[in-house]
Design a binder for this molecule. Structure first.
Ligand SMILES: [Mg+2]
Length: 168
């Protein structure tokens, strides 16, 4: 049975590293409790373009390269992959493919059938929804943390297993 999983803050603990990078690079003091929106640029009070530029810097940073999986996620996914066809659907931009695959290969080598990117132009062009990825790979189940993607997939009839957003 095909199953789709989100990448950031579902299998990888990205949020902590992102905030660490952001505060250091832009001399800010954001803490977890400041994140009252899942849309981070509203918290950071910056434009779409600026947010895209800052994510681009993040994906090239040492913090991003040192993201690690959540405790237990490797073992869980290894066992899941024995019985099911697993796919990643991510709102990371296609331009971050190399860095994204590198971490997957380091921790989850051979466990995923494919990685589906939903944005390009460093996130400025959101060219597909995760519900369309689910349809394409014929997955009825998705593990996802972002509220917008949860709603999109649930409205499309998928079973959504939703972890709490990382900032909660
Ligand atoms: Mg996520």
């Amino acid at each position: 049975m095909p199953i789709v999983l989100d990448y950031d803050d579902v299998i990888f603990d990205t949020f902590k590293k992102l905030i660490k990078f952001y505060n250091k690079a832009y001399r800010e003091w954001f803490r977890k409790e400041h994140f009252i929106h899942a849309d981070f640029k509203k918290v950071w009070r910056i434009t779409r373009e600026e947010s895209s530029a800052r994510f681009r810097e993040f994906f090239k940073s040492t913090e991003s390269a040192s993201i690690i999986p959540y405790p237990g996620s490797r073992d869980f996914i290894r066992r899941l992959a024995m019985r099911h066809e697993l796919h990643i659907a991510t709102n990371r931009p296609e331009e971050a493919r190399k860095e994204t695959i590198q971490l997957l290969d380091r921790y989850f080598k051979g466990m995923f059938t494919d990685v589906h990117f939903c944005t390009r132009d460093w996130g400025l062009d959101h060219f597909r929804k995760k519900s369309s990825v689910c349809r394409e790979v014929m997955a009825n189940i998705i593990l996802e943390d972002h509220p917008e993607n949860v709603i999109d997939c649930a409205m499309d009839g998928r079973h959504v297993i939703s972890s709490r957003p990382a900032m909660e």
